[in-house]
Write a protein that binds this ligand. Sequence first.
Ligand SMILES: [Zn+2]
Length: 247
Amino acid sequence: MEMEFVQGVKMQEDAAIEVGKAAKELDISISSHAPYFVNLCTDDKTKLANSKRHIISSAKITSLASGHITVFHPGFYQKLTPKEAFDAAKANLKDIESELKTQNIKIRLGAETVGKKSAFGGLDENIKLAQELDMVVPVPDFAHLHARGDFKIKSKDDYRAIFRKLEDGLGDYVKHFHCHFSEINYSEKGELNHFALNTNNEPPFKPFMKLLAENGYSGTVICETPRLDFDSLIMKKEYESALSKKK
Ligand SMILES: [Zn+2]
């Protein structure tokens, strides 16, 4: 279950500890989504300080709630070249990591693949951030990869290509990955809005569930459609049926 801190981290510490207890009792794996107002590529000092604060407080509350990862959108290119944006994001994430280490907060920082062409955080960029930083992992959002035009996802082979990249770059991360899934509406600039399953089949969820089952890839798939729990169960059923056919 993903805790949505997208409009700000408003959960108090004692509430987070209660969430952690309940999650352990019910065997639910917890993660969170950090606030949307994050740009780690900006040179505006106030915006940057706020971006770091959002990720750090999100990480802290998530770890108190027994969560294992907080996901964030890395930033925007604006006037920067891709290399300059990468260097800025990396340097600022390093600062965040060192603050989290000082506070003894153990968590993964999930760099989500973004859905807009103007945003920094393609799959290659996020894999590279993960290779060069201690706590960062890439969080593929398959709808975003499709909408941004980085990968046109139609078949199992298209998903396989993405998992190959993760495996080549980060080895056994494919055995404990974290990702987001929904269908999506988009324009030439990238994402517009998320769709429920079976709306336009872009990207299609069935071949994704098959690929996971057949290859033993494992981790967490967060359903980000407008029908969160309802569509999660549809995906789970599809995955379990693919698993049983494999046996
Ligand atoms: Zn997101």
